[in-house]
Design a protein around this ligand. Structure first.
Ligand SMILES: [Zn+2]
Length: 119
């Protein structure tokens, strides 16, 4: 799902994308020069436990809030943003790319399977 930046206004528009058993569902609303996505990520992901190296099914159900910039986000002169800023290049909000980067950051985290987190 790709949404033109110009479509994001003061009233939220629905945005959702689904890929590989994971859904990102939420809405987009204009925040100054940026667009705020708020919603949640749901589904399940196969992860490898960092302790015992066993694969396990990780259930996802987490809130996601991030800002989207049309082009390179210039932090100079802008207020410090508490949220991550995702940069888009062609005037379009690419929901697949946002989902992929969210999934990537989850994969890069430290994980423990159920057995290990119970220790
Ligand atoms: Zn483990």
């Amino acid at each position: 799902m790709r949404i033109a930046f110009a479509r994001a206004g003061n009233s939220p528009i629905a945005a959702c994308v689904r890929s590989g058993g994971i859904s990102l569902i939420g809405s987009l609303v204009r925040k100054g020069s940026l667009v705020l996505f708020s919603g949640e990520i749901e589904g399940s992901l196969r992860l490898t436990c960092d302790r015992c190296a066993e694969e396990y099914e990780h259930r996802l159900n987490e809130p996601v809030e991030l800002l989207i910039s049309d082009g390179i986000f210039d932090t100079q002169g802008e207020e410090e943003q508490p949220l991550a800023v995702v940069e888009m290049s062609d005037g379009m909000i690419d929901m697949e790319a946002i989902l992929a980067s969210e999934v990537q950051s989850i994969i890069c985290d430290y994980h423990r399977c159920k057995k290990c987190s119970a220790i």
